[in-house]
Design a binder for this molecule. Structure first.
Ligand code: B12
Ligand code: SF4
Length: 539
């Protein structure tokens, strides 16, 4: 479906998605292990906007994670559309600069500008909020003129387009084979009000939904492209934002999988209280969901209450983790350090939690206050927001800044120490992987999947099994997994570990950011504590 209101003029639309800043969660180091992979996930938001452009308007889509937009691309365009998160702000400004140098008008939408329009004085048109009346006005305005306006113009969505009227994102405009995983959106919004999170403000508290038919049509659209990855990530902030709807949707997904011989595996993000939904978990297992990102944030119950995330403590945490593992779901956990509730014991508690939960991958970040959050308002009132680009966070922590950053370093070093990391993966073999559905091979037996797996296996053996300094714990975990027939798991753990270990070593050398929400420029720092040296060797 394309936008149906008639337009008078023909406009050439260039969509440019900015490069990601490397982070624990972008897996950028591990791309070299995969055949043809150059980027993490297709950007849903801008792909939707591309699909929403009038039928008569040619659209070119460039994800700068795959290739840079060239002078010829900008010369071709009448208008340049950009999207992105706060962490991508420098790249957004850079795209605007190149477009302006080519004399083209620039429009920016997406989560960053929607929360902080004041960050973008250099952009001609700002689109604030989700797709809706503002998008229609933007199109009408472009139809009138593609000259740069004298002053910045802002369009703000008041009426959101219902998700069931969303077009199929323009997957046909991007080479899906270059992505690690595919993306799919079922819902938008989250009913909770965690203090640090801007989702309720940006996307609303009442989750809005697509129909199951839309989802399966999108999956079919992605499957049309040869060489697409066989994994799909639900980008919903909370997969169980509306539990009833999720429960009703999953049987459709299951029917789709069955009809096609299970061509896909799935992953999603959800609140930990999904552990209280055995019906949903059983359906997820049947549909072949393998992974789930959970914002655990901290193992400390008082801290969770203080950040208004009590939903994480409604069932004892370790019990919930075990329940998810019992359904074959490997957990990835977000963790925040630098909370007001942190004490001298927090570091030890977190390390203990990492060890006993056996969660292999944790994205451990420093607290950063995002605009449009209750946290931002509280810290602003208390005069605790800092705007110092040399710091890792915009929060004035209650504990000394250096202590907090050192704690972060010690925690990531602990979590991603190769011995511990592979031991946790090894634990997952019996705790999680053996509990997964054994799906028929038919749907995934494609030349592309087989050759990708072969290339990955060869490169894993070379880069990790032979060349790395952590090959011992690696082979130990591999032998264990293979004895239980978990070949896929071996490749998965190798892939993740390769990125985590390399990224951690960079971070400990001071080359990476501790919050990933901020846009602090990185430069190596010489000061290291001696106990971290072991992790700082290049892979
Ligand atoms: C999937 C996801 C990721 C993925 C990939 C993102 C991608 N390919 O786009 C990965 C894992 C890489 C990721 C990483 C991070 N993410 Co993220 N991510 C998401 C998530 C869950 C879904 C994104 C999505 O597809 N949404 C669905 C689409 C349809 O929504 P949308 O992009 O907003 O688009 C709509 C409108 O904004 C608008 N629109 C969008 N673009 C444009 C452009 C134009 C021209 C127009 C007119 C309109 C328009 O139209 C769309 C339809 O309504 C969002 C949460 C969310 N609800 O969006 C967080 C979110 C975007 N991520 C966030 C953050 C903070 C991060 C990290 C910094 C986390 C971390 N600590 O490491 C990292 C940074 C990555 C990096 N280093 O660069 C924040 C961003 C905050 C902000 N306001 O900028 C969000 C909002 C979640 C949150 N509150 O914590 N993320
Ligand atoms: S549950 Fe997740 S998405 Fe919802 S408000 Fe809390 S942190 Fe944000």
């Amino acid at each position: 479906m394309r936008y149906s209101i008639p337009v008078k003029n023909r406009r050439r639309v260039l969509c440019v998605f900015p490069h990601y800043t490397p982070a624990f969660g972008t897996f950028n180091h591990a791309y070299r292990l995969m055949k043809g992979v150059r980027a993490f996930m297709p950007p849903q938001g801008l792909l939707l906007i591309a699909a929403y452009m009038p039928q008569e308007w040619p659209v070119r889509f460039i994800d700068e994670n795959i290739r840079k937009a060239t002078a010829a691309d900008f010369a071709w365009a009448d208008v340049v559309l950009v999207s992105g998160m706060h962490v991508q702000a420098p790249q957004i400004h850079n795209i605007a600069e190149r477009a302006h140098a080519a004399g083209k008008v620039v429009m920016l939408g997406g989560p960053s500008v929607s929360a902080s329009p004041e960050m973008y004085p250099d952009i001609d048109y700002l689109h604030i909020g989700e797709m809706g009346d503002a998008t229609d006005r933007l199109i009408a305005c472009l139809d009138e003129s593609v000259a740069r306006p004298r002053e910045q113009v802002r369009f703000e969505t008041k009426d959101r387009l219902p998700l069931e009227r969303f077009p199929i994102p323009a997957y046909d405009l991007i080479p899906l084979k270059h992505y690690l995983i595919l993306t799919l959106q079922f819902s938008s919004g989250c009913p909770y009000l965690c203090e640090f999170c801007d989702i309720p403000n940006l996307y609303g508290r009442q989750p809005r939904l697509k129909t199951p038919t839309q989802l399966t049509a999108e999956l079919d659209a992605m499957r049309k492209q040869k060489g697409h990855p066989p994994v799909v990530y639900f980008v919903d902030d909370n997969f169980i934002g509306n539990r009833k709807a999720t429960k009703e949707m999953l049987p459709h997904l299951l029917a789709w999988q069955k009809e096609r011989g299970y061509p896909m595996n799935f992953a999603c993000e959800a609140t930990l209280n999904i552990a209280k939904q055995p019906d949903i978990l059983a359906l997820m297992r049947d549909c072949s969901f393998l992974g789930i990102f959970v914002g655990i944030e901290t193992p400390e119950a008082d801290a969770l209450k203080a950040m208004r995330k009590s939903q994480n403590v409604s069932v004892p945490m370790l019990e919930s983790i075990k329940t998810l593992n019992d359904y074959g779901l490997e957990i990835t956990s977000g963790i925040i350090l630098g909370l007001d509730t942190d004490t001298d014991d927090s570091e030890a508690r977190l390390k203990e939690f990492i060890d006993v939960s056996h969660i292999p991958m944790l994205t451990i970040n420093l607290l950063q206050a995002l605009p449009k959050t209750p946290l931002w308002d509280r810290l602003q009132r208390a005069g605790r927001l800092v705007d110092d680009p040399t710091l890792e966070s915009n929060v004035r922590f209650l504990r000394p800044y250096d202590d907090v950053v050192s704690m972060w370093r010690r925690c990531i070093a602990h979590a991603n120490d190769p011995e511990r990391l592979f031991a946790r993966f090894q634990h997952q073999v019996d705790a999680t992987y053996v509990n997964r559905m054994v799906t028929p091979a038919r749907g995934k037996l494609t030349f592309s999947n087989l050759s990708s797996a072969l290339v990955l296996a060869l490169r894993v053996v070379l880069y990790i099994g032979i060349l790395s300094d952590y090959r011992r714990p690696f082979w130990r975990a591999v032998r264990y997994a293979l004895r239980r027939g978990q070949i896929d798991a071996v490749l998965g753990m190798a892939f993740i570990a390769y990125h985590l270990i390399r990224f951690t070593r960079e971070a400990l050398r001071g080359e990476q950011n501790a919050s990933y929400y901020s846009t602090k420029a990185r430069k190596p720092e010489p000061a290291h504590s001696p106990q971290l040296t072991a992790l700082r060797k290049p892979a």
